[in-house]
Design a binder for this molecule. Structure first.
Ligand code: AMP
Length: 510
């Protein structure tokens, strides 16, 4: 029998239940809110790689006369399903789709090409001088399984040439992608294929399907699904069993029309002429519906075969503009994943010299000096110096410690006495020597001593003697990462490569 609860006991047990509810609520309140899975904060110290990527992109884009375009992050979901194809993984599984407050079915953009193609049509860009060359960067969203180099929010560089079909356009685009990676210290190899016209592909797919059906039992479960939904995508499979089947599969090059074949050969000839390294990849199809003819991907040349993921991918999409309601216009483009590019830069030991290290640290003692320092900082910045201060730090020794930590070359010290005298103490942080300088002459004196140009973010290959570069999100124990680390060690023993020597060459005074 259940013991009867007396009224007093009831109140007690209610009280303890309330208390435990309170503690749960309190502990829930104390639990820090976490980042969403697959998302990533980009901390201040990680920004220099991104700045370098942006800068290299802008330099190259300008020299090849690309113009920047920015399209919204949010678009009608139908834009992507129509462009990329309903049965592609990106549309079928990975899009962030929702109904907005007006009841429209919208999606966070999973890629750039469709939005740029829409903008080309919507803004009548057909009336501009053709082809139109556009570039952009920004965030994209795919609800994929997160892993090293694969996030749910990531960034791409994207370049598109719309309004032209000629092999030289494809070749130029590949050159731009290759040069951009090279500029950032990553030598890449192009893997290239032609998937022909829609008609070529139709015939090929029939052949491929009948071959794959005959070998169905050898295929992975995922490939069996793809066989019915999107058979070309079976060729993208990395599964070892599938690979054996794919190796014997019919190849699309044998189904290319004369036009597509000649187009492909001419693009390759251009690449030969320019000296861009490429390999023919008969199974490369890039799985999106809008592609035709040339498709390509760029891989880090130093990565060991097998553990690789593409740094960039692109191709021709001559039917997309018409499909989205525009006048027929040939087009092609590529995208580089910025996070993967940064990982590759780090794996290739690309670091930065002098980036963000201030020229001077301003230390002050006393209220009036602190007040004066604000104006002085502005003056020094105006004269082109990178200045740091920590206006809340109290003692001189704490401020000197901070200056040491951030590595500034000089520290300027100003206290009550210096304020009255119109002087400032300049401390050389390397030698520890100090001089008293007329405050009016401070910029000239600094210029003389620093003898350098204003800050520029220049990627350089850092040598074995430098700090080891930490690979973001890379756990060396994870499969696939060992090779990269091995590779990194090899690089450490090699002679240091130099992509640009601009950083060491410049020694002009400001
Ligand atoms: P795609 O748009 O799929 O052709 O991808 C072009 C490039 O974007 C790839 O080569 C990667 O460098 C990068 N990329 C694609 N998906 C992701 C992702 N989920 N996370 C990070 N980078 C990605």
């Amino acid at each position: 029998m259940q013991p009867k609860t007396t009224p007093a006991k009831k109140t007690e047990s209610k009280k303890s239940a309330d208390e435990s509810a309170d503690t749960t609520a309190a502990s829930k309140r104390r639990q820090p809110v976490k980042l969403l899975r697959g998302m990533k904060d980009i901390l201040p110290e990680q920004q220099n790689y991104r700045h370098a990527v942006q800068k290299a992109l802008e330099d190259i884009a300008v020299s090849y006369s690309y113009q920047r375009i920015d399209t919204p992050i949010l678009e009608f979901a139908s834009l992507f399903s129509k462009s990329l194809g309903q049965t592609t993984d990106v549309v079928d599984k990975e899009m962030y789709v929702f109904e907005d407050k007006s009841g429209d079915k919208v999606s966070l953009r999973p890629e750039f090409t469709a939005g740029i193609a829409r903008a080309y049509i919507e803004h009548g860009m057909l009336n501009r001088t053709q082809p139109v060359k556009l570039f952009t960067t920004g965030q994209l969203f795919r609800h994929d399984r997160p892993q090293a180099g694969r996030y749910r929010q990531f960034n791409q560089i994207d370049c598109e040439i719309i309004g032209g079909r000629a092999p030289i356009i494809d070749a130029e685009l590949i050159v731009v992608a290759h040069s951009l990676l090279k500029e950032l210290g990553v030598n890449s190899t192009v893997r290239i294929n032609s998937i022909g016209s829609e008609e070529d592909r139709e015939q090929y797919i029939n052949e491929l399907v009948s071959y794959l059906k005959n070998n169905r039992r050898k295929l992975s479960e995922e490939s069996k699904k793809r066989l019915t939904k999107n058979p070309l995508r079976v060729l993208d499979s990395k599964d070892e069993q599938d690979q054996l089947v794919i190796a014997e599969a019919p190849q699309i090059v044998d189904w290319l029309s004369e036009d597509s074949k000649n187009y492909f050969i001419t693009v390759l000839e251009y690449l030969d002429d320019i000296g861009i390294p490429y390999v023919l990849e008969p199974t490369l199809v890039r799985g999106l519906d809008y592609y035709n003819d040339i498709v390509f991907e760029l891989y880090d040349e130093n990565e060991v075969q097998g553990s690789q993921s593409a740094l960039a991918g692109g191709g021709r999409y001559d039917g997309l503009i018409e499909l989205l309601g525009g006048q027929p216009a040939g087009a092609c483009g590529f995208a580089i994943g910025i996070e993967r590019l940064i990982l590759a830069m780090k794996a290739n030991r690309i670091g930065f010299s002098e980036a963000y290290i201030p020229d001077v640290f301003l230390a002050q003692l006393g209220k009036s000096a602190q007040k004066y320092s604000l104006g002085l900082m502005e003056r020094l910045r105006g004269d082109g110096f990178k200045v740091r201060a920590n206006l809340v730090k109290g003692s001189l020794s704490a401020q000197l410690k901070a200056a040491n930590k951030i590595g500034s070359r000089f520290t300027l010290i100003i206290g009550q006495k210096e304020l009255l005298d119109g002087t400032i103490i300049m401390r050389d942080m390397e030698s520890g020597s100090q001089e008293i300088i007329d405050i009016k002459k401070i910029s000239d004196e600094l210029k003389k001593r620093l003898q350098k140009e204003p800050d520029e973010l220049i990627p350089k290959v850092i040598g074995p003697q430098d700090e080891p570069v930490e690979l973001e999100n890379e756990d060396p124990r994870k499969p696939g990462n060992q090779n990269r680390n091995k590779n990194q060690n090899q690089n450490q023993n090699q002679e240091v490569k130099t992509t640009q020597d601009k950083d060491t060459g410049k020694k002009k005074s400001k």
